[in-house]
Design a protein around this ligand. Structure first.
Ligand SMILES: [Zn+2]
Ligand SMILES: [Zn+2]
Length: 313
């Protein structure tokens, strides 16, 4: 027999263990959207006069965020543009880019695709073939952030929304504790960061209180046609370990991920105060983007990749 919704007589499609609630399609969608709106308001993510960029990879989180931001921005008469990054990962990225494109078209949101090849000069597949290097994900993350920030600024965007969910956030918090890197944690959060500079476009994370599983359910209910796959290079061992651990604890003690995130939020101001730096970021002498050193991470990584046994890119 079907379980009924805790709020109406309809059939439940999802159970939320941390609230001990069964919800039907309608009540789940309502609850999901209400929570994202509340988070956006609480951290003043979007205001009048903003021009918002949304980073859409084509996965469940970023496309769900696109739908929500489209509604929020429309109701506030704020401009919204979608940005996707093509890292050059054969057999994986084509599919997700297609999903991003189709959903942007469906919602009538302007969509731009930026490529590693064009902006950086090398694709992730090419990086993966190089020897004596760091993990592929390290380059990918740095290069992607560099492209997104530069493009957003050049387009005159004032906010850049990224689809980090509660699982990502709880993992990040725990990883920073386990690695004893509180100074990194001080820079983490739902919006903004420690770097406040006209050259740095503010990042916002409207899904930061949404469990990963729920953005998947939401994307299915709203017919986003998501392909649930993982990047072939995604095997950051430490994060994986922490993910498995957190999922196990959550299973036995529902609400754990929320509590990890909330603990962090309650000490965030103290962390920021303690680890805020008085140094003003400088512009990288190679690319002109913001950096804490003479040469930024993106340019340093590119140098290393080029320098490999005297070969050029
Ligand atoms: Zn219901
Ligand atoms: Zn640079």
């Amino acid at each position: 027999m079907a379980v009924s919704c805790s709020k109406c007589s309809g059939d439940a499609v999802v159970y939320l263990p941390y609230g001990n609630e069964n919800l039907c399609k309608k009540h789940f969608v309502d609850s999901f959207e209400k929570r994202v709106r509340r988070t956006a308001r609480e951290f003043r993510m979007i205001g009048k006069g903003d021009r918002v960029g949304v980073a859409v990879s084509g996965g469940k989180d970023s496309v769900s965020m696109l739908y929500l931001l489209k509604d929020i921005c429309d109701s506030m008469r704020v401009e919204l543009v979608a940005l996707s990054v093509d890292e050059g990962i054969e057999g994986y990225r084509e599919g997700t880019l297609k999903v991003a494109k189709e959903n942007c078209r469906k919602l009538g949101v302007e969509h731009r695709i930026l490529s590693f090849k064009r902006e950086i000069g090398i694709t992730v597949d090419e990086i993966a073939k190089k020897k004596d290097r760091m993990r592929t994900c390290s380059y990918c993350g740095v290069f992607r952030r560099w492209i997104l920030n530069k493009t957003a600024r050049e387009m005159g965007l004032t906010k850049l929304a990224v689809g980090h969910n509660l699982d990502d956030a709880a993992q990040t918090v725990l990883m920073n504790f386990l690695r004893n890197e509180p100074f990194r944690l001080a820079r983490f959060g739902p919006s903004g960061g420690i770097i406040e500079h006209e050259f740095f476009v503010d990042r916002i994370k409207p899904l930061i209180r949404i469990p990963e599983r729920e953005s998947a359910v939401y994307s299915i209910i709203r017919g986003m046609n998501i392909k649930f796959g993982r990047c072939p290079y995604a095997h950051e061992a430490f994060r994986n370990e922490v993910r498995v651990f957190l999922n196990e604890v959550e299973e036995g003690f529902p609400g754990t991920k929320f509590r990890v995130f909330n603990s962090f939020m309650s000490v965030r101001d103290v962390l920021r105060e303690k680890f805020s730096s008085n140094e003003t970021p400088i512009k990288c002498k190679e690319c002109g983007e913001l950096s804490s050193n003479e040469v930024c991470m993106r340019c340093k990584m590119l140098r290393d990749l080029r320098g490999e046994k005297g070969k050029c890119l």
